[in-house]
Design a protein. Structure first.
Length: 159
């Protein structure tokens, strides 16, 4: 993560900070389109680390909205695993929902948000959920996933 911070600073990003070994990076930037910033970070990852990976960029206000607009049940029950599925452009929520297929509503839910999906899976029956098999689906390469605790912790870290 230290090397990532250095590479982003050399690329012109200011006040670069990382959060654990999670791939979450905070930085100050002149306000501009998040897609432009994402492309710039992707270029750094490709050039400096030979990693051709997609990146999603959220401003503090955008992330606040993501957390504020979550369904009330998301994160509310510890018997469920709660994830935030972050879409990498140009992926859409409709594409992910279609790729995942029919959910089993008694053991899993998925609700669309702005560039994200809020996913909840019953721990006890995780292996039987459709969403629990997401990593084996080709659409998985077009997203990144954060747990409820990480997603909400990131909001605190913007400060």
């Amino acid at each position: 993560m230290a090397e990532l911070r250095t590479a982003l600073e050399k690329a012109g990003f200011k006040n670069v900070r990382t959060y654990i070994q999670s791939g979450n990076v905070f930085f100050d930037a002149v306000p501009q389109d998040p897609l432009i910033l994402a492309k710039k970070v992707e270029q750094v990852l490709e050039h400096d680390f030979k990693l051709p990976v997609g990146v999603a960029v959220f401003s503090r206000s955008m992330w606040q909205a993501v957390i504020a607009h979550a369904p009330k049940s998301w994160g509310a029950d510890s018997n469920w695993k709660h994830n935030l599925i972050i879409l990498l452009q140009p992926c859409t929520t409709a594409e992910v929902i279609e790729a995942v297929g029919a959910l089993k509503p008694d053991i899993e839910t998925m609700a669309p948000g702005e560039g994200v999906l809020y996913q909840s899976l019953l721990w006890e029956k995780f292996g039987r959920t459709t969403g629990g098999k997401l990593a084996s689906n080709s659409i998985y390469k077009r997203m990144t996933i954060r747990s409820y605790s990480t997603a909400t912790k990131l909001l605190d870290l913007f400060d």
